[in-house]
Design a protein around this ligand. Structure first.
Ligand SMILES: [Zn+2]
Length: 247
């Protein structure tokens, strides 16, 4: 059985229970107009799959006029700058710096994105490298954030009124080729996540998050996305959700 057959089989198992699993698409590191960004937005439009575009505020040169199709801009940290020590894992919004400094950056960044995107922006925080100091999440709802998205199974669905929905399927091989991880690996991750939800090994209510980075996509990444959307969206066997509806 190929990975595509496994995916169809998993979706059929959901359908047999009268359900269509919720999925969502997060694409990180947006900063400027490009052919790759155009391609991602065109894919979203053609497949009717909403795209949550995580934009780096301090480097942003995009405006609402550059967005097309079902796209919502969200906040990818502030400058995507690493402040962790040389031996620590990369982190912009960690505990190395005073919380008031980190928060001031976040507020500046959010203002930039509100000005750039207007109604196409939602105050959802996607921390660079998916890392955030342990003391920060509890402060975010008061600061006006309605959503937080990192990577991997969420530890809780919400903090106060702020929803938490993570990404789970990264299609880039960051440790190796820095290109596509390969169809079978990407599908195994997708099927594994859906199965874990169906069997309640993972939170069944957390939408499965696809994570992409349009700026580094190779042909394999684009082909995979096209095929994944064809199998999941056109069939109606899965429901692709927008950032606006999730958060
Ligand atoms: Zn990033």
């Amino acid at each position: 059985m190929t990975g595509w057959d496994e995916l169809r089989r998993e979706l059929d198992l959901w359908a047999a229970r009268g359900e269509a699993p919720a999925l969502w698409w997060r694409d990180d590191d947006a900063v400027e107009p490009s052919t790759a960004l155009e391609r991602a937005m065109a894919l979203a439009e053609a497949a009717a799959v909403p795209l949550a575009l995580a934009v780096i505020p301090a480097a942003n040169r995009l405006t609402a006029a550059d967005l097309s199709g079902p796209v919502t801009a969200v906040q990818h940290g502030y400058a995507h700058r690493n402040h962790a020590g040389p031996k620590a894992k990369k982190c912009e919004l960690g505990a190395e710096r005073r919380a008031d400094h980190v928060i001031a950056e976040l507020m500046t960044g959010r203002h930039v994105l509100e000005q750039s995107f207007g109604d196409s922006f939602r105050p959802v925080l996607v921390p660079p490298w998916n890392r955030l100091g342990a003391h920060l999440p509890a402060m975010l709802p008061e600061l006006g954030y309605i959503g937080l998205s990192r990577f991997g199974a969420r530890d809780r669905p919400a903090i106060g009124a702020m929803r938490i929905v993570n990404a789970h399927i990264d299609i880039i091989d960051w440790q190796g080729s820095r290109g596509f991880v390969g169809t079978e690996t990407a599908l195994a991750r997708t099927v594994g996540q859906l199965r874990a939800r169906r069997e309640s090994a993972a939170d069944p209510a957390e939408a499965t998050g696809l994570l992409t980075h349009h700026r580094v996509h190779d042909a394999g990444c684009w082909d995979f996305l096209e095929n994944l959307f064809a199998v999941t969206a056109a069939s109606g066997l899965a429901k692709w959700r927008s950032a606006t509806s999730l958060f």
